[in-house]
Design a protein around this ligand. Structure first.
Ligand SMILES: *Cc1c(COP(=O)(O)O)cnc(C)c1O
Length: 421
């Protein structure tokens, strides 16, 4: 049974059927999925959810599928880690990491949106799936397409990290690297989508795809015992996840799973690509596109499709945003690794560093509950930290050699893992 009523234009409100459509014919606004919340409220309960398998489909009534899920049966339900050591360094009382760096199967938040999009692509009868990606999305689409036996073409900007390129290629899609940045890739993909009739997960399936991001928020609420943190910090690239966290919190309240949807949402961006943060600070609704220049390649989108909705959700929730330099991003990656044992990529380093900055500025109070979303995995982007970590000490295989080395090491630094440097 499906609780989806149809699609609706976010701007003019015109209704559309549940089809692979994404823009309004009248006003060119984006289309969004509409649900029957009264029916969901009757059908769904905390107990019912608790009985289900630990994957993102445990919230299936609030996801846009008709019938059974066809993909992502092991995606989602990532750990919410109580971060005592990082909390101590940041000087806050109650800190958690929502750890999508270990999402299944491709180690980023994108496995959520892709699970829903591929399930939908199969429902609609598409045989070829595709995407315009900064790297993680391509990895996830390629993996899910392999599992589902679909043809797959992924489009990325030229010059991505090895881990991101091989992290798609291994699944056997056709990878097309475009000379230019993500915004060039995206523009080309709109034209290809129209001409070839493929399921572009983040273009013509975007209304369905984007709904998958809500599961990150559903899980945070459930993992906190069906309440929300006071503050959540998440990176923004194209602007999908942040407004969907806001929508998800409101939905949980509407269907009676939580009492209050109050939670301040903060956007995290790299200084080398921070169009949303710039607009927030200027107090404008207009996003001025920028040319990205940052090591945080997975969030380097200079002309974000849903940037306006990020601003709206941040403001409505009472949150804010900040940006951090590449140097601060690397410090954020190392800080998270050395306090919590979690290795994230530059996007996650951005999330940690921005949280740190907002706490230092007093924008996020130290005595309230905080979740930092960590959205990607560091093993895919070794290049970004290779120069910032200690090299192995090379010795011969004799005890004497180690004794000498140890004497030297023990003098300068004890073996204990220190949080900062
Ligand atoms: C895509 C991505 C994001 C956020 O992107 P949105 O387009 O704003 O949803 C954050 N972190 C990582 C690692 C990503 O790959």
């Amino acid at each position: 049974m499906s609780y989806v009523k149809g699609l609706k234009c976010r701007e003019c409100g015109q209704d559309y059927p549940k089809e692979p459509l994404h823009v309004c014919e009248t006003c060119f606004g984006p289309l969004e999925v509409v649900y029957d919340y009264d029916a969901i409220k009757k059908a769904l309960s905390r107990e019912k959810i608790a009985e289900r398998a630990k994957n993102l489909w445990r919230y299936r009534e609030l996801l846009p599928i008709d019938g059974e899920p066809r993909a992502g049966l092991y995606s989602g339900f990532t750990p919410l880690v109580r971060a005592h050591r990082l909390g101590e360094v940041l000087g806050v009382k109650e800190l958690y990491i929502k750890d999508d760096s270990v999402n299944h199967p491709t180690f980023s938040y994108k496995d959520r949106v892709v699970s829903v999009a591929i399930s939908k692509a199969i429902e609609f009868g598409f045989e070829t799936v595709s995407c315009a990606s900064t790297g993680n999305l391509a990895n996830s689409v390629a993996a899910h397409a392999a599992k589902a036996g679909l043809n797959c073409y992924v489009f990325i900007p030229d010059g991505l990290e090895q881990g991101k390129i091989i992290g798609s290629a291994i699944y056997g899609p056709k990878t097309i690297a475009i000379q230019g940045n993500y915004d060039d890739v995206n523009r080309l993909c709109s034209e290809i989508g129209d001409k070839y009739g493929w399921a572009f997960v983040n273009v013509n399936l975007r209304p369905y795809y984007a709904e998958g991001a809500k599961t990150h928020a559903f899980e945070v609420a459930e993992q906190l015992g069906w309440k929300l943190p006071k503050h959540i910090v998440v990176a923004s690239a194209g602007g999908t996840i942040l407004p969907k966290l806001h929508k998800a919190f409101k939905e949980l309240e509407q269907v009676g799973l939580i009492e209050s949807s109050e939670c301040k949402i903060y956007t995290a961006q790299a200084t080398g690509c921070a169009p949303m943060v710039q607009a927030l600070k200027k107090g404008t609704d207009l996003i001025s596109p920028v040319k990205p220049n940052t090591i945080a390649s997975s969030i380097a989108i200079g002309n974000p499709a849903d940037g306006y909705y990020v601003l709206q959700a941040v403001r409505e929730s009472g949150g804010w945003g900040e940006s951090v330099t590449d140097e601060e991003i690397i410090d954020g990656i190392k800080l998270l690794a050395r306090t919590e044992g979690i290795f994230t990529e530059p996007a996650g380093g951005t999330e940690v560093a921005v949280a740190k900055k907002l706490i230092q500025q007093g924008k996020i109070p130290r005595d309230e509950s905080i979740v930092i979303s960590v959205t990607g995995n560091g093993y895919k982007c070794l290049e970004s930290v290779v120069a910032s970590v200690e090299k192995p000490f090379k010795i011969n295989a004799t005890l004497k050699n180690f004794d000498d080395l140890y004497a030297e090491l023990a003098e300068t630094a004890p073996g204990k893992v220190a949080a900062g440097e």
